[in-house]
Design a protein around this ligand. Structure first.
Ligand code: FAD
Length: 411
């Protein structure tokens, strides 16, 4: 349905990405007559989990992009604007054209901010002179261009401090690039670095042994606690900062021929400046019910939420029916029936054709979807690759965004 002049809705959803569209579809499936507005400024929608595959020449960028309009569930109204402020005390959001929209329930799913400017010199360097990032819309094809062209020299892959979306994405780019270079017999001539700002290769220890095997096999220099702070594209030099236990920082400059950057990430400014954010700026919701801790008629899901899960589309898939049922119970003045157990997943593409399929919930508790004989998440798996390449894109476009709730049960 096209945008109308109405300014009061039963439910206003902010963000028409994975979480916003998924929540709208799940709500309308349960209660078709609901009056829902989806506020989303962009006319394109991206399957971001596909960008890792684009950066390795497996998917095309075009395959990951669709028009927003046909994705708006039938019955919902698309308000093609950005929210510039949240007024939860008056149950309104303010749009970039000054309009206000009132609601009975707000569902906030505006995603997070990729903070390119926090790395000096990066914004100007991106997309040329050997500086790539699968995180930047439209830039994954450049990653693949650089990977294909590289025959010798130094390649650096970086990872920003947590929390970031898809914490596996920086090392997925690393492994798939190394695998390609190995198949081309040039890996031995390339000095590969993984400079990870965090204290461990991966946040859930159970997956580290399988990943370490690949770090060794690809002969990668693994640097933990090294945070990228500056890029000098012309000099082809990246500066990293490492903090000692007593807080003293040392800087190391590393020259590169190719660098794949994972940008620092954080809450959007519009959320940070609102009463909805917690001290860090994430939308402050109860981690079980996804209901705001202060404003009972506000719910959040996806990357913008304060819940301490892996920020992934897989998490959104589990969260959507939970948010839908809890919102409907709230509207009906009932107790909230559903609880989220923190499921998120990271298909770590360790080589072309094999994946270490990390699936875990709050506290790093493993939450495998499949029996071990089908996919043993702790080992590289061909079935998991098939899932990532063939099944999960369909689960996203045709299930999550359409309210068909497959693979959404929590364990
Ligand atoms: P998004 O899907 O980002 O949607 C947010 C929407 O809000 C956007 O459409 C935006 O335009 C809109 N918006 C922003 N500001 C406003 C505003 N002020 N007003 C209104 N609307 C606004 N996940 C996996 O499950 N598996 C993977 O393998 C995986 N790999 C990834 C690889 C990469 C390189 C990247 C970048 C991400 C990957 N992810 C993966 C993560 C996944 O894409 C995100 O976690 C997921 O898209 C989060 O959904 P969301 O709805 O919270 O945010």
């Amino acid at each position: 349905m096209a945008e109308s002049a109405k300014s009061q809705f039963e439910i206003v959803i902010v963000g028409g990405g994975a979480g916003g569209i998924g929540a709208a579809a799940s709500l309308l499936k349960r209660r078709p007559g609901l009056k829902i507005a989806i506020v989303e400024p962009r006319d394109a929608h991206f399957y971001q989990p596909g960008w890792t595959m684009v950066g390795a020449g497996i998917f095309s960028f075009e395959e990951t992009k669709r028009a927003e309009e046909p994705l708006i569930p039938r019955g919902a109204t698309w308000v093609r604007s950005a929210v510039t402020s949240f007024s939860p005390d008056t149950n309104e959001v303010v749009l970039d054209d000054g309009r206000r929209i009132g609601y009975s329930v707000l569902i906030a799913a505006p995603g997070l901010k990729l903070d390119w400017d926090r790395i000096s010199g990066l914004q100007d360097a991106l997309g040329k002179d050997g500086v790539a990032s699968n995180y930047k819309e439209g830039l994954a094809p450049y990653t693949w261009e650089l990977v294909k062209a590289m025959k010798k020299g130094t390649a650096i892959f970086t990872m920003a401090p947590m929390p970031i979306k898809c914490a596996g994405a920086p090392q997925k780019a690393l492994y798939l690039s190394c695998d390609y270079w190995k198949r081309q017999s040039v890996l031995k001539d390339i000095d590969v670095w993984f400079c990870n700002a965090n204290a461990a290769l991966f946040g859930v220890a159970d997956y580290v042994p399988a990943l370490m095997e690949y770090i060794k096999a690809y002969n990668v220099h693994l640097e933990l606690g090294e945070n990228l702070v500056a890029i000098d594209a012309k000099a082809k030099a990246a500066t990293f900062e490492k903090k000692a236990a007593d807080g003293t920082a040392t800087r190391t400059v590393r020259k590169f021929d190719f660098i794949h950057v994972c940008p620092p990430q954080g809450p959007l400014d519009v959320v940070k400046a609102s009463p909805l954010g917690n001290a860090a700026g994430w939308i402050d919701v109860n981690q079980d019910t996804m209901q705001h801790v202060k404003y009972a008629n506000v719910f959040a899901l996806g990357d913008a939420a304060s819940t301490p899960n892996a920020k992934t589309a897989a998490a959104v898939r589990k969260q959507t029916p939970i948010v839908a049922e809890n919102v409907l119970a709230f509207l009906d003045k009932g107790a909230l029936p559903r609880k989220y157990t923190g499921y998120g997943s990271c298909p770590l593409t360790v080589e072309r054709g094999k994946i270490v399929f990390a699936e875990f919930g709050y506290g790093g508790k493993l939450q495998p979807t499949f029996p071990k004989w089908a996919i043993d998440g702790l080992k590289p798996s061909r079935n998991a690759w098939f899932l990532k390449e063939r099944v999960l894109p369909m689960v996203y476009w045709d299930f999550l965004l359409k309210g068909r709730e497959w693979l959404t049960e929590s364990r």
